[in-house]
Write a protein that binds this ligand. Structure first.
Ligand SMILES: CC(C)(COP(=O)(O)OP(=O)(O)OC[C@H]1O[C@@H](n2cnc3c(N)ncnc32)[C@H](O)[C@@H]1OP(=O)(O)O)[C@@H](O)C(=O)NCCC(=O)NCCS
Length: 171
């Protein structure tokens, strides 16, 4: 059985392993470690299978810089499942639990930069449909997505969607 819960101090090393193995490199794991230091308001969830950490998801503050105002929401990244546990719905469970927490916290939006075939199943749409673009030039339009949780707050808002600057190291 898979359980989703918030990370504990003893999960830090296994979370590094999950991210490094899922992405095949340490860059994402390094960013997670940096963000843990600087974003106490972030949400870090793990998927546990028989006492083993098999998946991880992180939400950290993100911004939309629009004309004359900045709107604060959250950014989803990274999401990782150990290769031998992929394709069993663990990634989906992590996203769904995380988004439930974002709704509960009344976040107005969640940004994600990721696989365009994966995230629409959770309600994400291309952020460019809201007039929101990535700050990074090399991001394909369809890969930068948003889940709007407060349509009123996001009405007539267009601008630049920004993750925490620590993510630049993994771009
Ligand atoms: C993406 C990832 C987190 C999904 O986790 P998971 O537990 O395998 O996901 P689920 O079992 O809930 O869902 C499986 C679905 O994800 C899809 N998927 C997996 N990797 C994908 C990819 N690179 N691009 C698009 N879809 C992908 C599968 O095709 C499958 O689709 P289906 O349900 O239509 O058959 C996992 O594959 C992973 O860790 N990948 C490496 C790291 C990564 O790319 N992270 C995401 C960054 S945006």
């Amino acid at each position: 059985m898979i359980t989703i819960r918030e990370e504990q101090i003893s999960d830090i090393e296994p979370i590094r392993v999950v991210n490094t193995r899922a992405f095949g490199q340490a860059a994402e794991a390094d960013v997670v470690d940096k963000l843990r230091q600087v974003c106490p308001e972030g949400l870090s969830l793990v998927a546990v299978c028989e006492d083993q950490i098999v998946g991880h998801i992180l939400f950290t503050p993100a911004l939309i810089e629009a004309k004359g105002q900045i709107i604060q929401g959250m950014g989803l990244a990274p999401l990782a499942v150990l290769p031998e546990f992929q394709g069993q719905g663990i990634g989906s469970k992590l996203v769904q639990e995380g988004l439930a927490a974002m709704r509960k916290a009344q976040q107005p939006f969640v940004l994600v930069l990721g696989h365009p075939e994966y995230y629409p199943r959770f309600g994400f749409v291309r952020s460019v449909d809201y007039g929101i673009v990535s700050e990074y030039d090399n991001v394909p339009e369809e890969a930068f997505m948003i889940l709007v949780l407060d349509e009123v707050r996001l009405q007539e808002i267009s601008g630049i969607g920004k993750y925490r600057p620590e993510f630049e190291a993994a771009m």
